[in-house]
Design a binder for this molecule. Structure first.
Ligand SMILES: [Zn+2]
Length: 88
């Protein structure tokens, strides 16, 4: 129950849009902040000036993610937990 409550919080609150810098290979903020439903509604690429390397990067909802920290693909434990929740 506690886990589902945390997911609820994560989906309702405005979070930073993060992207992996193509030059340095590390997570950077795009400067955008939005809710999950707003992020999911984005169509097409967007650009931002990287705070890490200073270059312009282009991101889409497939290459960017919401929330602080590393991209979801770096946290397989969380993905397993999510698929478990869906199967119940
Ligand atoms: Zn960069």
């Amino acid at each position: 129950m506690l886990f589902s409550a945390m997911v609820e919080v994560r989906t309702r609150y405005i979070q930073p849009v993060m992207f992996t810098c193509e030059v340095k290979g590390e997570p950077v903020s795009t400067g955008h902040r939005m809710r999950v439903n707003e992020f999911a509604a984005i169509v097409g690429p967007r650009s931002f000036r990287c705070g890490s390397c200073g270059e312009i990067h282009t991101w889409t909802t497939k290459t960017a993610w919401l929330g602080e920290g590393p991209p979801p693909s770096f946290a397989p434990a969380r993905a397993e937990a999510a698929s478990e929740t869906q199967s119940v």
